[in-house]
Design a protein around this ligand. Structure first.
Ligand code: M6R
Length: 609
């Protein structure tokens, strides 16, 4: 998805912007550009492709500038091209603008502006904002931006410069994140769509609220509400280490983040149970609220949705509350049956996913209490929900979610225990025992990560296939959904996950020696049934990669590769069995020469519908 970075200070803006854009690459993009103000005019360079192309283009650029804005674009309106890349300009060339989001009424606005004589040079919705600012500009940049935004429908994070205001960047947002901060040395001010782009320079930042404005000058930021009144928003201190955003010696972020999973799970569950009582203070539900809950609705997209599938299994198992899980993009348009007796859990790593946010608004409008589970402090979902539980995965850079997924599952396990206890279905002793088992999982992940040779060998076989089937039952089936998604998104192989019992109702027709099957046959009440399905698969000549429990040597007689996990209860295998499947996808992607951290067509946070 698009990324914004801006800098005004005393250093060379070009290098800081290019560096910031590199840090935003993980979000996914197809072109990039920067604009620098040299005190007299604004100069712009844009390139299609990687930020490297842009960096080369500006390397010999002799513009002495300490103020500029940059952007990585992920095409929505108009194909990826230099003309459509940001920054965009107005007719006079004095205004330069970068934008994240989508302007829904851009056709209507463009027609009006064209009728007034404005000339457009791109197919984008963004360019109209530059022309609107031009139209309303009478010497006051922030006032012109405010008037322009009054005309906009849709989502926007915006950063604007004007040649007549050297060293000034005006910013605002609606439904698209913008964060601003002064540099730690006090010389500069920075803006970004994602804290990672500016973390090297600032740790105390403001996440702008919708329709708030900020005027950045070197070392100073003024904040305004939409009526132009000066406001003093709260600063948030970011603890994340800048180094955390680097690969720390791993060949890619995905592998680094897979290896960070023991810590992510440990940090997420730490201190959550004391003396057999689940302490989730952020889940602000008193006994009456709990009594009133007669169903749970879980919403999310992609990997977060898959975490929800695990949660349904456990909330129903431990709390006996009927639970529905739905992808947010369906929920939002379906008039779902949700009321004040529904507890809604909205899961989003980024906290900025447009579909999930829309679903949250709908659920709340129907009277439900909505709790968000997110990894990102200050993200939109935290402000749109009734409460937030943070997972402690720390910054996740790779587009393919891994550590955030395991942390989400761990957090949801705690919620399931909490509800089970509050509903009187789990005793203190049972909670103690469940928590004890959950606390073992980080060490078990470490065990799995110790030796990945067999996973790498299996990945070599998988990498040659055109299509891969994943099968399992119960928790194993939910693990398969995520395993198949990981393979699809980073290795571009077709992969499908099926509840093993469903195979014979259709998909078994696909199985032959060309279609390998990944079967999750870890210890569970339905292991024998899944093994029978594996036999049916073998009878069709397919190669089998089994995820099994250590000690299960029988499986070695039938599977081509066995990926072992330590002995755990089946519910804990939602965490541990996911790890070999993440690695399988990652090694297959590397084997196929894919860019693991920047899969094609994908973005880290999907802030448009
Ligand atoms: O930030 P969110 O958790 O809301 O993102 C939802 C999905 O876009 C995300 O999980 C996506 O499926 C990832 N690429 C999975 O690896």
């Amino acid at each position: 998805m698009c990324g914004i970075v801006g800098y005004t200070g005393s250093q060379a803006a070009r290098d800081i912007l290019v560096d910031g854009l590199r840090r935003l690459e993980y979000r996914g993009y197809d072109s990039s550009g920067i604009a620098l103000s040299d005190g007299e005019r604004i100069r712009t360079v844009r390139r299609v492709g990687k930020v490297d192309e842009l960096a080369q283009a500006v390397e010999s650029w002799k513009v002495a500038s300490a103020c500029g804005i940059g952007h990585t674009r992920w095409a929505t309106h108009g194909r990826p091209s230099e003309a459509n890349a940001h920054p965009h300009s107005d007719c006079s060339g004095k205004i330069s603008i970068v934008h994240n989001g989508i302007i829904e009424n851009f056709v209507q606005l463009r027609d009006q502006l064209q009728a007034e004589g404005h000339v457009f040079k791109s197919d984008t919705d963004t360019e109209i904002v530059a022309h609107l600012v031009e139209k309303y500009y009478d010497g006051d940049l922030i006032a012109a931006l405010m008037r322009a935004c009054e005309r906009l429908q849709g989502a926007y994070g915006l950063a604007v410069m004007h040649a007549d205001h050297p060293g000034v960047i005006a910013v605002t947002r609606k439904d698209s994140p913008i964060v601003v901060g002064s540099s730690d040395d006090g010389d500069a001010a920075l803006v970004a769509s994602d804290i990672v782009a500016i973390l090297e320079y600032t740790r105390d930042v403001v996440f702008l609220e919708d329709r708030q404005y900020a005027l950045l000058t070197p070392g100073n930021i003024e904040f305004f509400n939409e009526n132009g009144k000066i406001i003093e928003p709260e600063f948030t201190h970011i603890d994340w280490d800048a180094e955390n955003a680097e690969r720390a010696g791993f060949p890619d972020f995905m592998l680094k983040e897979i290896h960070e999973q023991p810590r992510a799970v440990r940090d997420t569950i730490s201190g959550a149970v004391k003396n057999g009582r689940v302490l989730l203070d952020d889940l602000t539900l008193d006994d009456d609220d709990i009594d009133a809950i007669d169903n749970v609705y879980i919403i999310g997209c992609g990997t977060s949705y898959h975490a929800g599938l695990v949660a349904r299994e456990l909330i129903e198992r431990w709390a006996r509350i009927p639970t529905t899980v739905e992808v947010a993009s369906e929920f939002r348009y379906r008039n779902p049956i949700v009321s004040s007796s529904t507890l809604v859990i909205a899961i989003s790593q980024s906290g900025e996913t447009a579909d999930t946010l829309a679903a949250v608004r709908i659920a709340r409008s129907k009277g439900a209490r909505v709790f968000a589970i997110t990894n990102c402090v200050g993200s939109r979902i935290t402000r749109e929900s009734d409460g937030t539980l943070y997972v402690k995965a720390n910054m996740e850079i790779s587009v393919a979610a891994t550590k955030s997924f395991l942390a989400q599952i761990a957090c949801l396990m705690l919620i399931a225990m909490f509800l089970g206890q509050k509903k009187g279905r789990l005793t203190t002793r049972q909670v103690k025992s469940l928590y004890y088992e959950l606390r073992e999982t980080p060490a078990q992940i470490e065990d799995i990560l110790q030796d990945t040779d067999v996973i790498e060998q299996a990945a070599k076989m998988i990498a040659k296939a055109h299509s891969v089937m994943y099968v399992g039952r119960g928790i194993g089936a939910t693990v398969c959904n995520e395993g198949a998604l990981k393979l699809k998104e980073i290795s571009y192989l077709h992969a499908e996950a099926y509840a093993a019992g469903e195979l014979k109702h259709g998909p078994i027709a696909l199985i032959d020696e060309e279609v390998p099957v990944v079967a999750v046959v870890t210890d569970s009440p339905t292991r024998m049934q899944t093994l029978s399905n594996v036999q049916e698969i073998l009878a069709r000549g397919a190669h089998v990669v089994a995820v099994a429990t250590e000690g299960d040597t029988d499986i070695e007689d039938i599977a081509d590769y066995v990926l072992y996990i330590p002995p755990v209860r089946d519910w804990c295998s939602a965490i541990t069995a996911s790890v070999p499947l993440q690695l399988l996808a990652r090694y297959a992607a590397v084997e196929r020469g894919c860019d693991v951290d920047h899969p094609r067509n994908l973005a880290k946070s999907v802030t448009v519908e």
